[in-house]
Design a protein around this ligand. Structure first.
Ligand SMILES: [Zn+2]
Length: 460
């Protein structure tokens, strides 16, 4: 029995009776240093690796591999320890200690293998970078679509008329339609033709076309002439896209896009354009509905002139404007002479025809800035902002002459001759409130009637 240490700790640090490893290398300096240096480098690297792993764990707390990285760090440190012992053992034969460190290394490596085994499926299922990239671009695309759609919605929401909405669409056309030239075409109220309302990027397209000439309108879905069948309304025979604008099941128009230069849209772009077209169509349909309602509430049904309520509101507005600007308003009150007699002799229908004809003539003869209104029965009021007494009287007299030339034929019978009497009052010269102004014009009209009709009288 060789004499030796008996306690376990003494045994670990015991080198009694053992020979340093250097003896195996016969103390050949090249061999000894080759082993010593390479083990030193390995030990150095194995010390740095866990530090780097700790940095990864601290920076990316979201990674699901923390345990694996932790085990791997211990395993690497233990490996470093065995290499350090290799160097020590060249000169000092602490073989028990080296053995103990090897046991720790073995345990760490087995644990790492076990953890790694569990993680493998998770690591494999982790999305590949190219897949992540694709998902990322999809997400970016969605964000772009939502942002653009919101932007269009916001601008269209703020529009008060269809004209404003057309402006918004043509203004944003470059962004929406990705630089393709195009035209916004809207179907008219009698639903037989569509008219170009706005063009962008110098597109070539006729001003109007028949609805049946567009295949997108016929089928109610987007149309590209890929089979060579080009819509009849298109003069350019290159690649194109007709996007119908359909809201509540009814088409309000189309957007024609010329893709000759920039090429056809991708599937993704096209799908997004279809969504945008639906969004725009809804806004356009709502605006049109609002305009119809507004028109109905401000217009006289029979003559389509403004109604009395609208005239009264306009007069109040014009008076405050004229007061502010020190300007004038000419107010004309007109009456068709002997209208009751026409009605009695020819029936109410004939009366309606005459009212419509005179109203049409009024719309044509007065300025767009004048408010021409049917005041009631066969009485009309015209507000002429900024018109002097002389200008208003001249205009009224010319209109009186025009009425006399009017020939209204109904059922082969000529109704007439027609004439009108006109009374004129001026703000602020004759009256300063709207009621007084209308009353003054009415007084002047009464005088014109009394003096024999078919004449223009000014308030005195
Ligand atoms: Zn078409």
């Amino acid at each position: 029995m060789p004499h030796g240490p008996h306690g376990p700790l003494e045994r670990v640090f015991s080198i009694e009776g053992l020979m340093p490893h250097g003896h195996c290398y016969l103390w050949d300096p090249w061999l000894v240093w080759m082993h010593a240096l390479s083990d030193a480098f390995i030990f150095g690297a194995y010390t740095v690796i866990p530090i780097l792993l700790v940095q990864i764990v601290r920076a990316r707390k979201d990674l699901p591999f923390h345990w694996m990285l932790f085990c791997f760090g211990i395993f690497i440190i233990a490996c470093g320890g065995t290499h350090l012992m290799e160097i020590v053992n060249l000169w000092y034969p602490y073989y028990w200690l080296a053995g103990m460190i090897k046991i720790i290394t073995a345990l760490a490596s087995v644990s790492t293998a076990a953890v790694l085994y569990k993680i493998v499926p998770l690591a494999i299922s982790y999305p590949r970078p190219d897949k992540l990239q694709a998902l990322n671009s999809q997400l970016e695309r969605k964000m772009y679509e939502i942002t653009l759609s919101n932007k269009i919605g916001e601008h269209l929401q703020a529009c008060l008329s269809s004209e404003e909405a057309f402006d918004v669409i043509s203004h944003m056309a470059g962004e929406i339609f990705l630089g393709r030239p195009g035209a916004l075409c809207i179907i008219n109220s009698s639903r037989d033709i569509a008219a170009v309302q706005r063009r962008w990027e110098g597109v070539q397209h006729d001003d109007t076309f028949l609805l049946e000439d567009c295949r997108a309108l016929r089928h109610g879905r987007p149309y590209s002439p890929d089979s060579g069948l080009v819509c009849k309304h298109i003069t350019n025979k290159g690649a194109s896209l007709c996007l119908p604008l359909v809201a509540h099941g009814e088409a309000v128009g189309i957007i024609y896009l010329d893709c000759t230069q920039q090429g056809v849209y991708s599937e993704i772009e096209r799908a997004f354009l279809i969504l945008l077209a639906e969004q725009m169509a809804l806004f356009l349909a709502n605006l049109k509905m609002r305009e119809i309602l507004r028109r109905q509430s401000t217009r006289d049904q029979l003559t389509d002139l403004y109604n009395r309520r609208y005239m009264e509101e306009s007069l109040a507005r014009e008076i405050s404007r004229a007061t502010r600007n020190n300007s004038v308003i000419a107010t004309l009150m007109l009456d068709i002479d002997h209208f009751k007699k026409f009605n009695d002799e020819n029936g109410h229908d004939a009366g309606d025809v005459i009212l419509r004809q005179v109203s049409k003539l009024m719309s044509e003869n007065f300025r767009a800035s004048d408010v021409v209104c049917r005041y009631g029965g066969e009485e009309f009021v015209v507000l002429m902002p900024d018109a002097t007494l002389e200008a208003a009287a001249r205009k009224a007299d010319r209109f009186r002459e025009e009425v006399k030339k009017l020939s209204v034929v109904r059922n082969g019978v000529t109704l007439g001759p027609l004439s009108v009497s006109v009374g004129i009052a001026i703000f602020p010269e004759h009256a300063r409130t709207s009621e007084a102004l209308i009353r003054s014009a009415d007084n002047a009209l009464y005088r014109a009637k009394r003096d024999g009709r078919d004449r223009v009288c000014v308030f005195e």
